[in-house]
Design a protein around this ligand. Structure first.
Ligand SMILES: *Cc1c(COP(=O)(O)O)cnc(C)c1O
Length: 375
């Protein structure tokens, strides 16, 4: 069994994907082919924003957004303590300081209450200027944008939605990647919508930011590539990846997102009561980048993971280390008492195999193995 069976997806979509790749090879427009433009239009339509700018990966997408806003030295960006490293890394890359914030114990997303405390503390200390709330749609579920927007407006902050894991999520009828002033995603293969290499995208309704990001992504170009008005980056999605994503987006929309939700519901029905199953908030919809369960403590988690591994069932721990304890951020000082939820999650969380092609039979087998190991 695989943790994410990307091969099953390829076999299912093989004919169309091969055709799409082969067209790029024959056309020869390996960079900036027509497929890139078409994909950007399709993604913006799906998400419901005015603009979509594709780029080389989800980390660059975050950096492009921060640079478009002129975020840099002396600025504070509030980042959840429980996320993938890149969410904080992008902030440091532009010279700003990430201030880590504890997360909600039910959704694992940034806690609005802890956020407000950290903003006030930053203002009291007075060394950094609060500028951005970087909210992550962790494991596929949108963050609490209703509360975050209130806080952003009270303190005059921008919201950057890190939707690297969030593509396909919704609050009511509104899609993820439309909640931030700027939103970003990643097309790393294991993300909800993945390509066959690296890729990313930035979404916004603001035309000026969109134009600036488009320029920054291609060496700060002005009128053309040889007229350079900013120090930019080389961050493009290549045509082959765009062609693959066009095919995968069709499958994602027509059945994959629905199927992965069926798989998650099936797990939750079988496991609830025995372990803490993931909570999706009322009116929220997840794209299940991960299906995470919580065990009582580290010993119980190790025991379950070992039982799974004995049956050749892969499982992973996302994330084993909170951001505030990463070596790269050790210059900053933190008090452990601020991060009780994240510290607990790092001890107790376990991610199970999930993808749209996972069979009910396998879900039953995995669940049974977990339940037996807990007896
Ligand atoms: C994967 C991920 C990123 C980075 O995306 P890449 O395409 O790998 O650069 C950023 N933030 C989060 C939350 C992620 O999961």
């Amino acid at each position: 069994m695989q943790f994410k069976n990307l091969n099953a997806q390829y076999l299912y979509l093989k004919e169309n994907i091969n055709k799409a790749i082969s067209k790029v090879l024959t056309d020869g427009n390996y960079i900036a082919g027509i497929q890139v433009k078409e994909l950007e239009k399709e993604l913006a339509d799906y998400v419901g924003t005015e603009h979509c700018i594709t780029c080389a990966n989800g980390t660059d997408a975050l950096e492009l957004a921060l640079r478009a806003w002129g975020i840099g030295v002396g600025d504070a960006v509030f980042v959840p303590d429980f996320t993938f490293f890149a969410s904080g890394e992008a902030v440091s890359m532009v010279g700003a300081t990430p201030i880590f914030v504890d997360v909600d114990e039910n959704t694992f997303n940034i806690s609005p209450a802890s956020l407000e405390i950290m903003i006030q503390r930053t203002l009291e200390i007075g060394k950094l200027i609060p500028r951005v709330i970087l909210a992550v749609d962790l494991f596929g579920q949108p963050a609490d944008y209703e509360e975050l927007k209130k806080i952003a407006s009270n303190y005059h902050l921008l919201i950057l939605e890190d939707g690297a894991q969030g593509f396909g999520g919704k609050i009511g009828e509104r899609s993820s990647l439309s909640f931030g002033d700027i939103s970003t995603t990643s097309f790393f293969p294991a993300k909800p919508l993945g390509c066959y290499g690296d890729g990313g995208a930035v979404f916004t309704d603001d035309g000026d930011w969109a134009a600036l990001i488009r320029s920054l992504a291609v060496h700060g170009k002005g009128k053309d590539k040889y007229d350079n008005i900013y120090i930019g980056m080389n961050s493009r999605l290549d045509t082959i990846q765009a062609a693959v994503l066009q095919e995968k987006l069709k499958a994602f929309q027509s059945f994959e997102l629905e199927k992965i939700n069926v798989a998650a519901d099936c797990y939750s029905q079988l496991l609830c009561g025995s372990v803490k199953t993931p909570m999706v908030r009322n009116g929220y919809y997840s794209s299940w980048a991960q299906y995470a369960i919580l065990l009582k403590n580290r010993q119980e988690r190790d025991l379950v993971q070992e039982a799974l591994s004995k049956k050749n069932i892969p499982s992973y721990i996302y994330y084993p280390v909170p951001m505030h304890r990463q070596g790269a951020f050790k210059k900053q000082t933190y008090s452990e008492s601020e991060y009780q939820v994240t510290n607990m999650l790092c001890e107790c969380i376990l991610e199970l195999p999930i993808d749209p092609y996972l069979t009910e039979e396998n879900i039953r087998f995995i669940s049974k193995t977990i339940l037996e190991s807990l007896k």
